[in-house]
Each structure stands twice: as C-alpha cells, then as structure tokens.
Design a protein around this ligand. Structure first.
Ligand code: ADP
Ligand code: MG
Length: 256
C-alpha cells in the first residue's frame, strides 16, 4: 500500500540544512496497522508528513498503491496529536468538513456522517463545540472526521499522547473496531511501546537524530490477538504481549 524507497527529508535552517531522516525504505502492507516508534527527533513526524504529501522529500520516492505520490491525496486522512478540530464549528460541522470541502450537499453529508458519529459515541453531542468535549471525545471526533473522508490510508501522528491512560486504552479499542469495520491501512506514530505492541501488525523502530534511521522492523503475530472480541483485551496480559514489548524495548535501546 505504502512504499518508501531511499527517502530522505531535510529542512533548511539558518544554520544550514538539517537532515531529519536519511535513506529510509519501508513497506506498509494494505489493510494493516503499522506503528512507527522512536524517541523525539528521530524523524517520525517528518516521515508521516512526507507520506501525507505535505512536502516533496529531498531524495527517494513514495508510492501509494503503486502510484508515485505527488502532493496531497484525497483518500489519505491525517490525524495529529492536537486533534486539529475547528473550535468555531460544532461537532457535526467538524465531522462533515471533508465532505463539505468536496461539495457534497447537506443531506448527503448527514446521511454519511451520522453512522460514523454513532459508531464513535458522539451522536448526542452534535451541536456542541469541541471545547465542551473531553480530550477523548475530541479525539473521537477527529477520528470521525477522518473517516468521513472515506480514507484508504489513515496516518496518525501520536494521536493518543495527550490522553490519560484509561481514555487512551478506550480509544485503542475504538481504533481496532474502526479498523475492522472500515479497513483502511493505518500508519500510527506512537511513543508508547505498549500501544505499538497492542495495536500494530508491524512495528518500525527509529533511532538517532539528524538523521533518524530505521533500527528494526518487528512483525507481530497478528493471530495471537485477532481471536474474537475478548481475545483483544486478554492479549494485553498474555506472554506473547510481554515478549513483543520486550523486543520493541530492546530495539529502542540498541545503539544505531
Ligand atoms: P519526531 O516526530 O520523531 O520527534 P521530527 O520529524 O519532528 O521527529 O523531527 C526530526 C528532526 O528534524 C529534528 O531534529 C527536528 O528538529 C528537525 N525538524 C523537524 N521539523 C523541522 C522544521 N520545520 N525545520 C527545521 N528542522 C525541523
Ligand atoms: Mg513528532
């Protein structure tokens, strides 16, 4: 689904160019949940923004579904840590925004967005403004808005980092449900070893700074956890989960 080949991203600064990531090659398979984990400054956001088509990388190519990426792509949705909601628009207006921008009429917007808002437990808050919602609800709204665009690729940059632990676990469950239902390929940047282990089919570990590099790629055993509804939660306390978090931690600690 997403292929990065020899990707380098650099920024020009008053003190000369800063190389954020260098020569990264990665493959994210269609339909999977793929985590990218690494310390601050290792270039995770730069990778996500390049995949979102927000800038042209200095070197390398990005292909999505086999086509070279050139700029923003309608079926890619991006969710940031600060949610990116419009404070002056209500819940329903925020959720409908991608459809409004595409010129979809009001009735059709409602028809498409209401089931998504219901799925995310927001149907009773349609006329509230984001400031009245808890952090968890705001992030649910950001997920709803992303889904309204009917994405086949969902890029998430530390989406749950600012939430408390329980809200975060709740949203992780929601994300698994949304993924099972909507089926977009998800690339998720996270600081959390547990989150990567719990959600992802592959975990890409980044290390270093200026430039950051890939230090490991861990394939998780998907069938260990995709075993029905309660199978997911019990995965958190299983021996397989501990093995996985241990290997991610080891890869993070290894010097590149
Ligand atoms: P991460 O998301 O892993 O924290 P980033 O991709 O944000 O990493 O940053 C990687 C490196 O690139 C850092 O050293 C950062 O200082 C630098 N960087 C990021 N964005 C810019 C920018 N707009 N201008 C200059 N340097 C930047
Ligand atoms: Mg970042």
């Amino acid at each position: 689904m997403v292929e990065l080949e020899g990707l380098s991203v650099a920024y020009s600064t008053p003190r000369g160019p800063v190389c954020a990531v260098e020569n990264v090659s990665l493959l994210f398979a269609r339909g999977g949940i793929h985590a990218i984990i690494g310390p601050s400054g290792s270039g995770k956001t730069s990778l996500v923004q390049a995949m979102a088509g927000l800038f042209v990388p200095q070197a390398g190519t990005i292909r999505i579904d086999g086509s070279p990426l050139s700029g923003i792509r309608p079926r890619t949705a991006v969710i940031f840590q600060d949610f990116g909601l419009l404070p002056w628009k209500t819940v329903i207006a925020n959720a409908e925004l991608p459809l409004l921008l595409r010129g979809v009429d009001r009735r059709e917007r409602r028809r498409r967005v209401m089931p998504i808002l219901e799925e995310l437990g927001l149907e009773s808050f349609l006329e509230l403004y984001p400031v009245r919602l808890s952090g968890g609800m705001q992030q649910r709204l950001a997920v709803a808005r992303a889904l309204a665009a009917e994405p086949d690729l969902l890029l998430m940059d530390e989406p749950f980092s600012s939430l408390d632990a329980l809200t975060r676990e709740n949203l992780q469950e929601t994300l698994l449900e949304v993924h099972a239902h909507h089926g977009a390929t998800i690339v998720l940047v996270t600081h959390s070893i547990e989150e990567a282990a719990y959600l992802a089919d592959t975990v890409t570990v980044m290390t270093g700074r200026n430039p950051g590099r890939i230090s490991a790629r861990i394939e998780t055993e998907k069938n260990a956890r995709k075993t029905g509804e309660s199978g997911n939660k019990s995965f958190r306390s299983s021996p397989g989960f501990l093995t996985l978090t241990t290997s991610i931690r080891a890869a993070l600690e290894a010097k590149s």
